[in-house]
Write a protein that binds this ligand. Structure first.
Ligand SMILES: NC(=O)c1ccc[n+]([C@@H]2O[C@H](COP(=O)([O-])OP(=O)(O)OC[C@H]3O[C@@H](n4cnc5c(N)ncnc54)[C@H](OP(=O)(O)O)[C@@H]3O)[C@@H](O)[C@H]2O)c1
Length: 348
């Protein structure tokens, strides 16, 4: 039997963009209290499982966006080796078919996005697995936590399946909460500018959301759940923020932005807002960042790569007219988001 000797043993389901970013974050921060002891993937190709795991190691070792993994990566049979430590890769079809107990997994992180895995995640809870974290919004969760808004609502006895919401929800909700608490939100439109995701097509092909099946080189306008995610943790904003928000999918590979036009009851002056938001403390300190760029010039998306903030307000683009506020918020949709997944592990 494999025996991890750390405080919390983690099993990751899905080693795609988010799964790999979680591993990277853990190794970069040299976390001693958390150890990944099993990875569940599925062999979607027609070669052997060993070859599939070799391919996974290849992708993990050198990432096209983040570069070299912060530890030695290799593979041996159906194991990924990180600094020569074996992490078994389990290639069963669904999450509930894995014998998590065999690997002493305490917490599962569901990062495949597969709806069946999410549906079955609760079945994995038992003698070994005590908690599961889901890296998207879902009704299957006992609670949705967005740090900087409602993480204090976590109740160890009641909440076993925890959703960490969406990346854009994490970027926007803490800032919406700040604006509402200080200036009272009356109404608002929210849009996102989002890079390509793994399920989009290189060339035209079929996709459940037709526009996403068009070549990634287009700018595509599609629905997004940024307001739905926000309202889930700030229900009093329902009927104020317009639910039908759109996402502009753009042909970049990382860093997202949220653009919001918000009507408030008590508009601040620009100076007051900038001062207050730049000076957030307590549970917002590591969540909301601000930037003024460099030499008075704004940064561009790639400059926010590897940022651990949930959302960074670009003060260059903040403006007020009457009682309308315009906000431009940057976030690394992978690294910023997984920083909150790790924060969630800490509060468990
Ligand atoms: N990317 C982001 O910016 C971001 C941010 C926040 C939250 N999320 C959420 O996180 C989840 C994962 O997103 P992602 O961008 O990381 O997607 P992704 O890159 O497609 O990764 C998903 C991984 O899970 C694997 N997988 C699919 N079905 C599986 C199964 N039954 N068992 C085990 N593994 C399976 C996929 O393998 P195959 O590719 O072989 O199918 C892939 O390696 C989604 O719910 C997404 O909404 C994503």
């Amino acid at each position: 039997m494999y025996r991890g000797n750390s405080l919390i043993n983690i099993g990751i389901c899905g080693l795609g963009r988010v799964g790999k970013s979680i591993l990277r974050h853990l190794y970069e921060s040299e976390s001693r209290n958390v150890k990944v002891v099993a990875i569940k993937e599925h062999n979607s190709l027609s070669y052997s499982n060993e070859e599939y795991v070799r391919n996974m190691a290849y992708l993990l070792r050198d990432d096209s966006i983040y570069g070299k993994f912060p530890a030695e990566v290799n593979s041996e049979g159906c194991n990924i080796l990180i600094n020569n430590e074996k992490i078994p890769v389990l290639l069963d079809s669904y999450i509930n078919q894995v014998d998590w107990k065999k690997y002493n997994v305490d917490v599962i992180i569901e990062a495949s996005g597969n709806l069946k895995n999410i549906k079955y995640v609760r079945k994995c809870l038992g003698d070994s697995v005590k908690k599961a974290i889901i890296t998207r919004g879902t009704d299957e969760a006992d609670i949705t936590l967005i740090h900087g808004v409602n993480e204090s609502k976590y109740n160890k006895k009641k909440h076993n399946v925890i959703s960490v919401s969406t990346c854009t929800g994490n970027a926007f909700a803490p800032i919406a909460n700040f604006v509402d608490s200080n200036y009272k939100i009356l109404a608002g439109f929210v849009s996102t500018i989002h890079p390509v995701l793994s399920d989009e097509k290189m060339l035209d092909g079929s996709h459940k959301v037709f526009a996403l099946g068009k070549s990634f080189r287009n700018i595509k306008v599609v629905d997004t759940s940024v307001v739905k995610s926000t309202i889930e943790v700030l229900p009093h904003l329902e009927n104020k923020l317009h639910l039908e928000s759109v996402s502009y999918r753009v042909p970049t590979d990382i860093v997202s932005a949220v653009h919001a036009i918000i009507k408030v009851k008590n508009p601040p002056s620009k100076d007051e807002f900038c001062r207050k938001i730049s000076d957030v403390r307590g549970n917002l300190k590591d969540i909301i960042g601000t930037t003024k760029g460099f030499h008075g010039q704004p940064f561009v998306s790639s400059e926010f790569l590897l940022s651990k903030y949930s959302g960074i307000i670009d003060l260059n683009w903040f403006s007020i007219t009457d009682n309308l506020l315009r906000l431009h918020i940057w976030h690394d949709n992978e690294y910023g988001y997984v920083s909150r997944v790790i924060d969630t592990l800490k509060i468990l």
